[in-house]
Design a protein around this ligand. Structure first.
Ligand code: SF4
Ligand code: SF4
Ligand code: FES
Length: 260
């Protein structure tokens, strides 16, 4: 977070000394006393910052709120998501709402789903020194070094599967001594896997064939002839698929299903 990326509103009044339920934190060097139960993100807003960057879903999904902090008694730089990390007394906090990582431009249709593609678009993967700082930095507990190792080995499927929970926060990249952009390597692998390697869903292909063969036309014609009240009645009477339904579950009334 920088002055260009945030606007300050009138700051909340600062406590002269620590009050019950409040803890001191330092945002870009300035002290604020904030309720101890707040996340860093809410504490920033409590302190008067209007977050226009570095804030998205507020639920640990979008990865927009990467934050760096340190405790005064420790030399260690800590990282986390501002919306998921509760404040601790005397944290020194700064946000990194954007990390300028290398991002390859490509047409996924024209790429081969191979390790050579990963290496050609992101040759820096071969500079990895195996320090595991990326893994230690990841707020999603992903084995980042593990998937970068798989990228070096050319295993696109393993990179895609092992990076599935990545929220693209960039904290791994921000701390990597080899200047890797782990999350962009990972999303390339997931795109290659999804476009070229993942098994095709046979039931979706069959549904398309059934639509083209006009197997639903009769049922649709009948529905289009109904009044709104009749449609509501049909909708309410619909048999809902149970939560733990078997794989090939079908409703008792099969009149709207395509016949084989
Ligand atoms: S932080 Fe960078 S150099 Fe270290 S293990 Fe991760 S990818 Fe490799
Ligand atoms: S792999 Fe990197 S970008 Fe993805 S969630 Fe972990 S730290 Fe963030
Ligand atoms: S705001 Fe989306 S992960 Fe924190």
């Amino acid at each position: 977070m920088s002055k260009q990326e945030t606007k300050t509103k009138k700051a909340a009044p600062r406590a002269k000394k620590e009050e019950p339920g409040l803890v001191p934190i330092f945002i870009m060097g300035k002290r604020y006393d904030v309720p101890e139960s707040l996340t860093i993100q809410k504490a920033l807003e409590y302190a008067g910052y209007l977050l226009v960057r570095g804030c998205g879903c507020r639920g640990g999904i979008c990865g927009a709120c990467g934050t760096v902090y340190r405790y005064p008694e420790s030399y260690r730089i800590e990282v986390g998501l501002a919306c998921q990390t509760v404040v601790q007394p005397n944290m020194y906090i700064a946000q990194i709402p954007f990390f300028p990582g290398n991002k390859a431009v490509y047409d996924i249709e024209k790429l081969e789903p191979t390790g050579a593609t990963l290496g050609a678009l992101y040759p820096e993967i071969f500079k990895c020194v195996g320090c595991a700082t990326c893994t230690r930095s990841c707020p999603m507990d992903i084995d980042v070094l593990g998937y970068i190792s798989k990228a070096i080995q050319g295993d696109v499927t393993a990179v895609a599967e092992n990076s599935f929970d990545c929220v693209m926060c960039g904290l791994c990249s921000a701390r990597c001594p080899a200047e890797e952009v782990q999350y962009n390597v990972a999303i390339l692998a997931r795109r290659l896997y999804g476009r070229h390697l993942a098994p095709k869903a046979k039931h979706v292909a069959k549904a398309f064939q059934d639509v083209e063969a006009k197997k639903f036309d009769k049922a649709l014609r009948e529905l289009k002839g109904k009044s709104v009240d009749e449609l509501k009645k049909i909708y309410k009477a619909l048999e809902i698929e149970p939560d733990m339904a078997e794989e090939f579950w079908v409703p008792r009334d099969k009149s709207c299903l395509a016949e084989d």
